[in-house]
Design a protein around this ligand. Structure first.
Ligand SMILES: Cc1cc2nc3c(=O)[nH]c(=O)nc-3n(C[C@H](O)[C@H](O)[C@H](O)COP(=O)(O)OP(=O)(O)OC[C@H]3O[C@@H](n4cnc5c(N)ncnc54)[C@H](O)[C@@H]3O)c2cc1C
Length: 317
């Protein structure tokens, strides 16, 4: 079922969902199941599975450094199929511009069709670790707008090199990213919102936001988006702080602000066990306020371990 239909069916009730990251290559999927199993009690209508782009590693060979391009966390679509089958839940693979040619994207979308995966999250992806700025893959897309366009073209039967007017058309429901504190490369929040509007005008069906720790930023973002004519559901993404180093890491990687009150609470913790509790408590308060404001879904970034998401879900769902 489409995410937008799940939202309609909920009739104003806030849904619970979460995002997972595929295991590192070589590890079994069992650990992932162990983390997801307890969360299924809260009946998420959908689970997102991230995609990691390729990266370079250097291996010593005959005294020289050999540069190799690898993917450390492959298997997004396989995991989506496996979770769908095991838990009877909708899964949302993240589809990236970076690291994929348009042909590879088309191939992936055809696989989604055969696996009856009806939702995809269309993202540009970040620059590779060794790059300062994002550079598009040869034969791939530069911006998420182009990816949304490709998916919508396929929905109309217009593949890259062929057109089919059959009754077997796909009908992918497309999610895109939104940034309450603006995307790190955008010159302003207003300009970033205009780019978001372009994604919606091209056919994106819903928006999932980057994590944020101050609900005021989310509410202002939604208001500005509505004023601009963005009328699709906007789903807040929530990340509970789990370790002390998140205070520096999360702003550095995701360019988000952390409220002073939360910083002080985390700094006062003796160890990371206490930090985890503070993070859960903050996320619960954030979630309660967001639910009262009528958000369609509360979407949690689990990043591997699910015990803290479990504590939050127990309080709310
Ligand atoms: C909910 C969510 C899930 C994510 N999942 C993943 C994942 O699984 N894997 C992963 O690698 N990353 C993921 N990301 C991170 C995302 O890939 C990065 O934030 C990336 O840098 C931007 O992606 P985007 O789709 O927002 O890009 P875009 O919408 O293409 O925007 C990128 C930047 O370009 C600007 N821009 C857009 N169009 C134009 C234009 N025509 N001209 C000039 N500027 C333009 C925008 O303002 C923005 O600054 C996720 C992010 C979110 C919020």
């Amino acid at each position: 079922m489409k995410i937008t239909d799940h939202i309609k069916k909920a009739n104003g009730e806030t849904l619970f969902s979460f995002e997972i990251v595929p295991p590192v290559k070589g590890k079994s999927i069992q650990e992932l199941y162990n983390n997801i199993d307890p969360l299924m009690e809260f009946k998420p209508p959908f689970i997102d599975v991230t995609t990691s782009r390729e990266e370079y590693i250097y291996k010593e060979k005959d005294g020289l450094l050999d540069k190799k391009l690898i993917r450390t966390r492959p298997g997004t679509l396989g995991i989506c199929a496996s979770l769908k089958h095991k838990y009877d839940v909708d899964t949302v693979p993240h589809v990236l511009c970076g690291g994929f040619t348009k042909e590879e994207t088309e191939y992936l979308l055809v696989d989604c069709q055969y696996l009856e995966i009806e939702n995809v999250m269309a993202l540009r992806g970040d620059a590779r670790k060794e790059e300062k700025y994002f550079t598009p893959t040869k034969g791939g897309h530069q911006y998420a707008t182009e990816l949304v366009e490709q998916i919508q073209n396929i929905n109309k039967g217009n593949y890259l090199h062929e057109t089919f007017e059959s009754s077997e058309l796909t009908s992918f429901c497309i999610g895109v990213a939104g940034y309450p504190e603006k995307h790190m490369e955008a010159p302003s929040l207003q300009s970033d919102l205009k780019r978001l509007k372009e994604k919606v005008d091209l056919g994106a069906d819903y928006v999932v936001t980057q994590m944020f720790f101050d609900n005021k930023k989310f509410f202002a973002f939604v208001e500005a988006a509505r004023e601009m004519g963005i009328d699709v559901p906007i789903i807040p993404g929530i990340k509970p702080i789990a370790v002390k180093k998140h205070l520096h890491l999360l702003p550095q990687v995701f360019r988000v602000d952390i409220p002073q009150e939360l910083i002080e609470a985390v700094e006062a913790c003796k160890d990371n066990k206490e930090v985890r509790k503070v993070g859960v408590e903050w996320a619960i308060q954030q979630s309660k306020e967001l639910r009262e404001a009528g958000v369609p879904v509360l979407h949690y970034y689990s990043m591997g371990k699910s015990d803290n998401i479990m504590d939050i879900a127990r309080e709310l769902f």
